[in-house]
Design a protein around this ligand. Structure first.
Ligand code: CMP
Length: 141
C-alpha cells in the first residue's frame, strides 16, 4: 500500500487543556510518521477557507469564532490508509457520541469544542494540507 497523507489539527480547546503531547503520541504510537508539524493562530480569513464547505450552515459562525480563539497545532501524518484510520482514531464529531477509546470519546463532551479535526477525504486532505503547509515544510523520511 502506498503511504497516504492526511491533515490532523488539535483545536484551541485541546491546546488550552494541555492535550497536545497526548494526542501527538497517539498518532506516533499507532505507527504514523509525522511529516509536518506547526503551531499557529488561524486568522478569520484562513479559518473561513479551511472550513469553506460549511459556509452557510447554522454553526459556521460559532465554528469560526472557536477555531480562531487560540492557537491550534496542525500536523501532517503519513502512513497506510492515513485518512480513514485518523478519522477512526478521532471518533464521531459530537464528543458525547464518540466511542470511548477515540480521542473525542475520551476528551470531549461537545460538538463544537471537540478537541481535534482530521481530513475526511483525499480531496479535503490535499486542500487542507495545502492551506496550512508549504511544500518545503513537509519532510519525507
Ligand atoms: P470538524 O471535524 O473540525 O469539522 C467541522 C466542525 O464543525 C466539526 O468538527 C464540529 O466541531 C463543528 N460543528 C459544530 N456544530 C456542528 C454540527 N451541527 N454539525 C457538524 N459539525 C459541527
Amino acid at each position: 500500500m502506498p503511504a497516504e497523507r492526511t491533515l490532523v489539527m488539535i483545536k484551541p480547546d485541546g491546546v488550552r487543556r494541555g492535550l497536545v503531547g497526548e494526542i501527538i503520541s497517539r498518532f506516533e504510537k499507532k505507527g504514523f510518521r509525522i511529516v509536518g508539524l506547526k503551531m499557529l493562530r488561524m486568522s478569520r480569513e484562513l479559518a473561513e477557507k479551511f472550513y469553506s464547505v460549511h459556509k452557510g450552515k447554522q454553526f459556521f459562525e460559532s465554528l469560526i469564532e472557536f477555531i480562531t480563539s487560540g492557537p491550534v497545532v496542525a500536523m501532517v501524518i503519513e502512513g497506510d490508509s492515513a485518512i480513514s484510520v485518523a478519522r477512526l482514531m478521532i471518533g464521531a464529531t459530537d464528543g458525547r457520541q464518540a466511542l470511548p477509546g477515540t480521542i473525542r470519546g475520551d476528551y470531549s463532551l461537545s460538538k463544537t469544542e471537540n478537541v481535534i479535526h482530521a481530513s475526511d477525504s483525499p480531496e479535503s486532505a490535499s486542500y487542507e494540507i495545502g492551506l496550512l503547509f508549504r511544500e518545503e515544510e513537509l519532510v519525507s523520511w
